[in-house]
Each structure stands twice: as C-alpha cells, then as structure tokens.
Design a binder for this molecule. Sequence first.
Ligand code: NAI
Length: 259
Amino acid sequence: MSDYKELSRSVKGSRVLVTGAASGMGRATARVFAAEGATVAVTDFNAEGAEAVAAELRGKGQQATAWALDVADPAAIKRVVGEIATAFGGLDIVINNAGISGISAIDGDGYEDLWERHIAILLTSHPRVIRAALPYLRQSKHPRIVNIASTEALGATATHSTYSAAKAGVTGLTRSLAVELGPEGITVNCICPGPITTAMTDRVSLEHKTIYAKRRTALKRYGDPEEVAHMTLSLCLPAASFLTGAVIPVDGGLMARNA
Ligand code: NAI
C-alpha cells in the first residue's frame, strides 16, 4: 500500500464565478482559470467588458459566459448566482474580486458617501455572493472561496480609511467563514494584493509607480494582474485542501519590508 496521497493540481471542469472580471485582476483570473480548463462565469458591472472577456476566451476554445452583475445590488446577486449555477449545473469556486478605489480625508465632504460605497462594494458584496453560492458550493467536491482584499487591510495610508476599513473587514470575514464552513470542507482564503498594474492604478504615473515600488517593495516593481491570478488559482486547486483562513499578501514583499 502506498503512503503517498495523490492530490490533484487541476481545476479542469470546475465551475468558477469571478466578480469584477471585465478588467485587471478579475480578467486575469478568468483567463487563468479558463486556460486551465475551468468553466468561467465572467461577471461585471460593466456588461460589455464582461462579454468581451468571455468572447475572447471562447475564441480560444475555452469555456466562458458573461453575466452583467453589479455586486452592490443584492437582488441581482441572488438572481445571477442562481442563473450561473443553473447554466453550469453547479458551482465549485467563488472569487470575490470586484472593486473600486477612492480617497477622502476623514473630514472631507464626500466621506460619508464614499464610506457607504466602499463598504457596500468592497465588503458587503462578499457575504452576499457567498450566501447566494453556498447551496451550490455545498454540493461541490472541492468547494473554494477566495476573497480579494488588499495590503491596505494590513497596513494603511492616510485618506484611505474607507477602503482600508472595508478591506480589513474582508480579512475578518475570511477568517470567520473559514472557521464556520471548515467542517463542511469549504475553504475560505483571502489575498492581499500590493501595487498591481491595472485600470485601478492607471491614474498613478509611471514615474510615481517606479519611485513607490523601488522605495516600498522588495522586488522593486509593480506586480502584474496574472501574478495575483495564479495565487488565486493555487488556492482553488483540489490539492489546496488543508489551506483555509489564510490571509496572503501578493505584494512583491511590501509587507515584509521594514526599511
Ligand atoms: P480594475 O479597476 O482593473 O477592475 C475592477 C473591476 O471591478 C472592473 O471591471 C469594474 O467594472 C468592476 N466593478 C467595479 N464596481 C463593480 C460593481 N459594483 N459590481 C461589479 N463589478 C464592479 O481593478 P483591479 O486592480 O483589478 O481590482 C480588483 C480588486 O483588487 C479590487 O477589489 C481592488 O480593490 C483590489 N486591489 C487592487 C490593487 C491594485 O493595485 N490594483 C491592490 C490591492 C487590491
């Protein structure tokens, strides 16, 4: 009898829902999963962008379908998650990735509005998507949830308090749900990306990106969305069966660096 347990490193055939998949890390995640043979629900607030990503993947002979989904709309979450699970015959993996940025001083005029938007889109949407997906995840052989937070959940920047609070909430949510859903074999993990080149960081000039990355990261550069997407994929492998409640920086060493 062998004492070596074969664990699969393939997500082929897995049914995956990605939020905010029309751009940046969500799009890279959809691409990485589809390339590995998963069936991907490319969901986004931006319906045209989601359809473009799904069409691109289908053009490569991969399995992808687009859904318009605003994660700030609780009724839409329930409906769309149900539609996806029906169309795919189930759901194995949920990636809560959709996000927006924005800054305000604590005494800024727009603070209250930004707080509401950040909490709704960056935090409250996560448990809503998970609650809608749970009946289907419970039927899955390898159920996986990955929540995208940020290094702003682990350290903080002035004027980012609404964003930081929401992202720190995602880490707490991840740990608590890992403990709650662990007995059912559902893993819940969280990635904290550092500075990544996406539409969200477009407004930062290349010069400032370079200065910041050299000063703050160990690898001296911004990351690419694919570098986050591959960590997400790793957390969703059937072989990642003993990893749950983890909060993992994918940040070029930003959080490890002290000086
Ligand atoms: P991005 O701007 O390229 O993509 C975000 C996507 O989310 C877009 O396609 C957008 O349409 C979608 N979205 C926005 N609001 C939505 C809503 N209400 N419902 C559904 N979709 C919505 O940004 P990026 O960088 O790829 O962001 C992905 C996640 O990573 C976000 O949660 C962000 O907070 C987080 N993040 C980004 C970092 C970066 O440096 N780019 C660093 C740390 C975390």
